[in-house]
Design a protein around this ligand. Structure first.
Ligand code: MRU
Length: 367
């Protein structure tokens, strides 16, 4: 991969607006099959978020915004007051779809916040324009993160990442992957170490897919290998994404990020978070106040293939179900899907406005 244009050919958009519909990559089937879903109704946008067809903070936000756009299209009335009430009700429903990523409520509120007109026809146009602009601006922000972040990367760096904060978690280009793509475009050599990221394997399935698509040297390791890698001087820096960042710089990201940051500190390895400002929660002072999503224990107790084929398997027979168990039947599981990394373990937060020390986040940033 030599330039942006080439990368764009190798890596499709994760969320794309096409006239009266929004096309998204269905992430459930990767890396085996690249399938797309056409969202035509707002209920499909909600279901895509809930069912994990789309995941990752910015991508979830983009699909949330799509929900508002799609809901506006089908509105038949001509009373603008009622139209706004209808949109606000749907906005609440969309925001409830998943709790941790700040970008979801941010995107929904931003699309609604740019309504200027006072008749239904023009309000619909406002929503379309606002949503289109959001997709363009957020992609641009990722490119800016790339431009700032690539300066931190030296030739032959081995970069460890966790989960997928790549193009698939975004509209395109990603956040944690942005510095990586930009460094490669600048002609630097590097390699990427990917934590597989239990239980959904976003690292092994999605980040690895992205790296293979773009021809980047990558290796997948089990989550618990990071200590070994660091002890054996196999990691030069860590870059992860974020789902919600509190004003004091504490950062919620995929479960396993916090222990990774602790280890990086132990070995003096720079630990960076890459995120757009839309991930910063200006209402939340500290990480302890971030709501962490808890998901079904089945995600821990069953093989991942279950999740890809779950509807098929449910329809077929119970026999299959038992074959997919990892633990004894009846085992209990605890499945918080994010953890909070305290600000003091984070070397810097790479944003579209530059690289910030977590401790100065609130003073340096404007909404
Ligand atoms: O549960 P997911 O897959 O939606 O989790 C979110 C994430 O993808 C990660 O936490 C990621 O590292 C940050 S999202 C840019």
């Amino acid at each position: 991969m030599k330039n942006l244009k080439q990368l764009r050919q190798l890596l499709p958009l994760t969320v794309e607006l096409k006239k009266d519909r929004v096309i998204i990559i269905d992430q459930v089937y990767l890396p085996d099959r690249l399938k797309f879903i056409q969202l035509k109704k707002y209920s499909q946008a909600i279901s895509a978020i809930k069912e994990f067809n789309v995941r990752g903070a910015q991508a979830i936000g983009a699909v949330g915004g799509a929900g508002i756009f799609l809901a506006s299209l089908v509105y038949k009335g001509d009373n603008s007051f009622n139209f706004l009430i209808y949109l606000k009700k749907i906005a609440k429903e969309i925001i409830k779809a998943r709790p941790t990523a700040n970008n979801l409520a941010w995107a929904v509120n931003r699309v609604l916040g740019e309504i200027k007109s006072n008749n239904v026809f023009d309000i619909k146009k406002d929503i379309y324009n606002s949503y289109k602009k959001l997709l363009e601006e957020e992609t641009n922000n990722n490119l800016k993160i790339g431009a700032y972040g690539e300066k931190l990367i030296k030739n032959n760096y081995r970069i460890l990442t966790h989960c997928n904060a790549g193009s698939l978690s975004a509209i395109w280009y990603g956040t944690a992957t942005a510095p990586i793509y930009s460094a490669l475009i600048k002609g630097k050599k590097l390699s990427v170490l990917i934590d597989e990221t239990r239980p959904w394997l976003q690292g092994a399935r999605l980040t690895a897919w992205e790296m293979s698509k773009s021809g980047i040297d990558y290796t997948v390791n089990i989550d618990s290998a990071s200590g070994f890698l660091m002890e054996n001087k196999m990691v030069d820096m860590v870059i992860v994404g974020a789902d919600r960042i509190a004003l004091n710089g504490d950062t919620a990201n995929k479960i396993g990020t916090f222990p990774l940051a602790l280890m990086a500190k132990r070995y003096n390895i720079p630990f960076y978070v890459a995120a757009v400002k839309a991930t910063i929660d200006f209402e939340t002072k500290a990480g302890k106040d971030i709501r962490i999503e808890q998901r079904s224990g089945d995600e821990v107790l069953k093989h991942t293939s279950y999740w890809e084929n779950r509807n098929l398997i449910k329809k077929q027979s119970k026999k299959f179900d038992s074959l997919l168990n990892i633990a004894p039947k009846g085992a209990k599981a605890f499945n918080p899907v994010f953890d909070v990394t305290p600000a003091d373990l984070i070397t810097g937060i790479i944003t579209e406005d530059g690289i910030l020390k977590p401790s100065v986040l609130s003073s340096k940033l404007k909404r």
